[in-house]
Design a protein around this ligand. Sequence first.
Ligand code: PXL
Length: 283
Amino acid sequence: MPQQPTVLCIQDLSCVGRCSLAVVLPALAAMGVQPCPLPTALLSAHMAFESPAVTDESDFIARALSHYDSLGLRFSCVYSGYLADAGQIGLVQRAFRQSPDALKLVDPVMADHGRPYASMTPPLRETIAQLCRQADIIVPNATEALLLLGEDPAEHAWSEGEMHRRMAALMQQYPLLRAAVVTGVQHADGRFGNLCCHEGQIRFLPYCVVPQSYPGTGDLFAAVFTGALLQGQNVENACRISADFVALAVRETAETGGDTRFGVRFEPLLGRLAPAFWDNINL
Ligand code: PXL
């Protein structure tokens, strides 16, 4: 048996609302890689619910990293998602140093729909940008990509020329990047898609839009993308697999209606993430 990849997943555990670790762990496990959760915070529910109970776990992460260091543990991938403060970003940087050969994947969770999240102050966003400078791969959404470039995050339709200019600028301003995938880009012709940049190639991979928007779909995308990469898929295929899976989960959820804050019903679909299904990428 080949060695099973391990992923150190550094982000919050929101108990209700299907985002961050609550979707990342099952998705990675279904793909046959071993997720190792490192919760940055415990929340009764994510921030779209009013006044969640919150416990910060930064001290715990520091102690857990010291423990892994004493054990000589190294991970195949260090993947960071939603982080609450600059100190937690420093902890991700420490995790990078402790697993020097790991794939460093950063989802710079800080904004959506043209605006930064209320908790994401300009200094915190700058620290997240610094983390992206150390990453191998980043998976920002369109709003986050514009913030990383210092452009107006409310800019929505991207012409072909802007797609090329922005991806080139991203790779230039974040020179250690091997690849970047910008999710939820609106093409000037009205289509939506993911913009994939790898080995000098830029590809716009369109998908069908469902009018509803759900929390946690970016986290689900990042987790499936990471799992597919670790199972040997190239960046473009990993992007197709994750986009198809998220689209399927969104479509199935939208058909049943209900309060969108509870996220997408991905659990009955997890079996489709097994590598055996990937020959036919249209999940
Ligand atoms: O899905 C991103 C995310 C993760 N974790 C928490 C959040 C959000 C987005 O709002 O509130 C706690």
